[in-house]
Design a protein around this ligand. Structure first.
Ligand SMILES: NC(=O)c1ccc[n+]([C@@H]2O[C@H](COP(=O)([O-])OP(=O)(O)OC[C@H]3O[C@@H](n4cnc5c(N)ncnc54)[C@H](O)[C@@H]3O)[C@@H](O)[C@H]2O)c1
Ligand SMILES: [Zn+2]
Length: 358
């Protein structure tokens, strides 16, 4: 098991990564200073079927008397309507300020339960127990919580740091192949922007990762979370450094938006975005052809796409790109790498970006 702390002053908290930790979640919560008593275990239908009973038992054994709140699986549950149902259950169970919320599931459950915890009674403790690759290497850590508005993703939200993160890599065994692989895009991202030896390690370990060997999974989840923790600790509210985590995301987001949400998984769009960002990095940041090719081959080895789809619509893409929140005038601040393991930002024009993708 790997354990470390996210250094966030008053919001500092432990992170545990390992196989089989679900059985220990109650004990780990007590060790993190959570008070036993009333609690809520929020999960989705798929995860409930597989893991809720085990989590519930582990919590009960440590004195947490948790109601289980099960929402439908899928992005549609990150809504104000579902949030209201969660509040209704918290109220009905008479949970108070000393109660804890345990978020067991992927990023949807983590964001929804985290936001419910952030807002109910102006804030309850939340424990993140991520069960997807995306959640274990990215969304569980950093304190961003929220729901979607009918008109835009993540429009309603709050920063609310968890009191504890427990990533049981054994739960990744049941993840569908496509969900598993898309999470690897964010893993590769951490290597590309922060850790050249990690890129080499991923190149060597990709077969073990794809066959989901627990030791290989523990290593990449632990490394990824440590990297995100280091960035978040230095820039909790996304003032500066945290922007480098958006490597591959400017083009990825525009691709997601212009291809209709759903045709690409987030990680797949980010994979294509990172390859395009590597091309731009060659042109504008001096990245070598050799390193750009290594990044592309690693993304391919993870079974992720590297190119825009046949028949993609440039005009739609450009329109989506221009709606990016980071827009300034005729361009935007773009994350590039000048070598594997080192990121920087540079203002690029929309024409330059579109020309690279085309
Ligand atoms: N807060 C953040 O910083 C942050 C960062 C990245 C993404 N996100 C958000 O995360 C969400 C996406 O998260 P996700 O990709 O985890 O999707 P998800 O939560 O919808 O999970 C994907 C699917 O896998 C199922 N599942 C979960 N764990 C499983 C397991 N162990 N075995 C089998 N099936 C399992 C779920 O039921 C669901 O059907 C998006 O809403 C995104 O906005 C948030
Ligand atoms: Zn992402």
């Amino acid at each position: 098991m790997g354990s470390f702390r996210v250094e966030l002053g008053a919001d500092a908290h432990p992170v545990h990564v390992g196989a089989g930790l679900l059985e220990r979640v109650g004990e780990l919560a007590r060790a993190a200073g959570l008070r036993p008593g009333g609690a809520a275990l929020v999960t989705d239908a798929n995860v409930a079927r597989l893991y809720a009973a085990r989590a519930h038992r582990a919590l009960a054994a440590a004195g947490f008397d948790a109601i289980t709140i099960e929402v439908a699986a899928g992005e549609a549950s990150k809504s104000l309507a579902t949030l209201e149902q969660v509040y209704d259950r918290l109220v009905a169970a008479a949970l108070d300020r000393s109660s804890a919320v345990f978020a067991l599931g992927g990023g949807v459950v983590g964001d929804l339960a985290g936001f419910a915890a952030a807002t109910y009674l102006r804030g309850l403790a939340v424990v993140q127990i991520p069960t997807t690759m995306t959640a274990q290497v990215d969304s569980a850590l950093g304190g961003k919580t929220g729901v979607n508005h009918r008109t835009a993703k993540n429009l309603i939200g709050a920063f609310h740091q968890p009191r504890l993160i427990v990533a049981d890599v054994a739960t990744l065994a049941s993840l569908p192949e496509r969900e598993f692989r898309e999470g690897l895009a964010e893993v590769i991202k951490y290597g590309a922007i922060m850790d050249a030896p990690m890129v080499a390690a991923l190149e060597a370990a990709m077969p073990a990762i794809l066959s989901r060997e627990p030791a290989a999974l523990e290593r990449i989840v632990d490394q990824s979370l440590r990297h995100k923790a280091a960035v978040v600790a230095r820039d909790e509210r996304e003032g500066g450094l945290r922007k480098i985590l958006n490597f591959g995301h400017t083009i990825g987001h525009a691709l997601e938006a212009s291809s209709g949400y759903g045709s690409y998984f987030h990680g797949e769009a980010i994979a294509i975005g990172m390859v395009a960002a590597a091309g731009l990095s060659r042109a504008y940041a001096g990245l070598s052809a050799d390193e750009a090719n290594r990044l592309t081959r690693l993304i391919e080895a993870a079974g992720l796409p590297t190119r825009m789809p046949a028949g993609w619509r440039g005009a739609d893409f450009e329109r989506a790109l221009k709606l990016d929140k980071k827009r300034t005038g005729e361009g935007l601040e773009f994350v590039l790498i000048d070598r594997l393991g080192h990121a920087l930002t540079r203002k690029l024009g929309f024409d330059e970006i579109v020309a690279q993708v085309a």
